[in-house]
Design a protein around this ligand. Structure first.
Ligand code: NDP
Ligand code: MG
Length: 375
C-alpha cells in the first residue's frame, strides 16, 4: 500500500483526491490530512480514516480531534508522519513551505500547488535531487506534458504547447473587462475549481503561472513554450518534436485524471470521467491576445527577468486577486498591480528559500500599500 498525505484535502483538488483514495482503498493508506479553515469537514474524514493524523493550519488553538494546529503544526505533522507521497492541494504561495518540508522529510510530491514551482523555482528541484525524491505534476497541462515526454530524448523536443480554455472573457474587449464583477469572473466555462485559480483563469494569469511552471519543470528555453487558446478543453497540452510532428493528450476536463495518474505513477488505472468522444464538437486553436490579457505577457516578462521576478509576479497577483474578490479593485487592475510590482526594484536575488519567503512577504506588503494608495 502506498502511504499518502493530502494537504488541502477540503479544496477542489483535495476533494477529488479523497474521492480517488476512497475508490481505491486497497491501494492506499491515508496517513495524514490537512485543511485550513474547514475544521468540521476535516474531522468528518476521521470517520473514514480513523488512523489519519489531522492538521488545521488556519487556527493556532488546539481543538478536540485535531492533532496539529497552525502552519508550525503542519510542519511537525510532516516531520512525525512517515509517507511515500504527499499530494499538495493547498492554494497559493502558502503551499511552498509544506512542499519544502515534504521533500526534506523524504516524501515524493504530487504537486497541484503550481506556486511551489513558480516561487520556489530551481531550489525546489535541487531539494528533490538532494533527498532523492520525485516531483509529479498534477496541473493538467503539466501532467499531460510529463506523460507526453516520457521516454523522449529532450533534444528531440522543439516546443511545448500549453492549452488554455480562454476563460469566461475570451471574447470580451479590455474596456468591457473593466466592469466585470467577481460573480461573473467566478463562472468558469469548463472547469470547477477554487476561487483563486478561477479568477486566474479569467485573467490568463493561470496560464502565465503555468508557462513559468513548465519552464522550470521541463527545462526548455522560454521561447519554446507557447500557449494556444483551445476553448473545448479536451486537449490538455501538446509537444512538437524536431521532425515537426505534434503529440497531444486528449481527455474530458476532469482533474481526476492527472491526480490519479500521479497517485498511481508510473502505472495507469481507468478514469471513467475522462473518456472523450472525438466525434463531438470541432476542436479549435487560437493564439491568445496578449493585449487583452496582459497577465500572460507579464508572466513571460517575469520569467525572462528571472531572479525574484516570478515570486513577485505570483505574490502581486495573489494580493490583487484577493482585493478583486473583495471588490476593492476592478478586474483589469489585477494586471496594473502585478505590473507595478514587477517594475519595482527587487534586489534580493531569491537564491535561497529564505530570500524567496522574504520577497513573497515584501511584495504582499507593497501590493497592499499600492492598492491602498490607489483607492
Ligand atoms: P481551493 O481553494 O479549492 O482549496 C485550497 C485548499 O488549501 C483548501 O483545502 C484550503 O483549506 C487549503 N488552504 C487555503 N489556504 C491555506 C493556507 N494558507 N495554508 C494551508 N492550507 C490552505 O483550491 P484548488 O483546489 O482549486 O487549488 C489548489 C492548488 O491546485 C492551487 O495551487 C491551484 O493553482 C492548483 N490547481 C487546481 C486545479 C483545480 O482544478 N482546482 C487545477 C490545477 C491546479 P480550507 O478549505 O479548509 O480553507
Ligand atoms: Mg492547469
Amino acid at each position: 500500500m502506498k502511504r499518502i498525505i493530502v494537504l488541502g484535502c477540503t479544496g477542489s483538488i483535495g476533494v477529488s483526491t479523497m474521492e480517488i483514495l476512497e475508490q481505491f482503498r486497497e491501494d492506499f493508506s491515508v496517513m495524514a490530512l490537512s485543511a485550513h479553515s474547514h475544521g468540521d469537514a476535516l474531522l468528518n474524514l476521521k470517520k473514514t480514516y480513523p488512523g489519519a493524523r489531522l492538521a488545521l493550519t488556519g487556527s493556532e488553538a488546539p481543538r478536540e480531534g485535531i492533532d496539529y494546529a497552525g502552519t508550525a503544526g503542519l510542519m511537525r505533522l510532516l516531520e512525525e508522519t512517515e509517507a511515500d507521497l504527499v499530494v499538495n492541494g493547498i492554494s497559493g504561495a502558502a503551499g511552498l513551505l509544506p512542499s519544502v518540508k515534504a521533500l526534506e522529510t523524504g516524501k515524493d510530491l504530487a504537486l497541484a500547488n503550481k506556486e511551489t514551482i513558480v516561487t520556489g523555482g530551481d531550489l525546489i528541484f535541487d531539494l528533490a535531487r538532494k533527498h532523492g525524491r520525485t516531483i509529479l505534476p498534477v496541473d493538467s497541462e503539466h501532467s499531460a506534458l510529463f506523460h507526453l515526454l516520457q521516454g523522449r530524448n529532450p533534444d528531440d523536443v522543439s516546443e511545448l504547447i500549453l492549452t488554455a480554455s480562454g476563460g469566461p472573457f475570451a471574447d470580451m474587449p479590455r474596456e468591457e473587462q473593466k466592469r466585470v464583477t467577481p460573480a461573473q469572473a467566478l463562472k468558469h466555462p469548463n472547469w470547477d475549481m477554487g476561487a483563486k485559480i478561477t479568477i486566474d483563469s479569467a485573467t490568463l494569469a493561470n496560464k502565465g503561472l503555468e508557462v513559468i511552471e513548465a519552464w522550470k519543470l521541463f527545462h526548455l528555453d522560454l521561447d519554446r513554450i507557447s500557449v494556444l487558446v483551445h476553448r473545448q478543453s479536451l486537449v490538455h497540452s501538446l509537444i512538437r518534436t524536431k521532425d515537426n510532428a505534434l503529440y497531444g493528450q486528449f481527455s474530458a476536463p476532469d482533474m481526476k485524471l492527472p491526480i490519479q495518474n500521479a497517485l498511481f505513477y508510473p502505472r495507469l488505472r481507468p478514469v471513467e470521467a475522462a473518456y472523450t468522444d472525438l466525434c463531438g464538437p470541432p476542436l479549435t486553436f487560437e493564439k491568445p491576445d496578449l493585449e487583452r490579457f496582459p497577465m500572460l505577457a507579464l508572466a513571460y516578462r517575469a520569467a525572462a527577468m528571472g531572479g525574484a521576478a516570478p515570486t513577485v509576479y505570483n505574490g502581486g497577483n495573489e494580493v490583487a486577486v484577493a482585493a478583486f474578490l473583495r471588490e476593492r479593485i476592478g478586474f483589469t487592475e489585477i494586471a496594473d498591480v502585478t505590473r507595478a510590482m514587477l517594475e519595482r526594484d527587487w534586489t534580493d536575488p531569491c537564491r535561497t528559500l529564505e530570500g524567496i519567503f522574504e520577497t513573497d512577504r515584501l511584495v504582499r506588503e507593497r501590493a497592499e500599500q499600492f492598492i491602498g494608495e490607489r483607492h
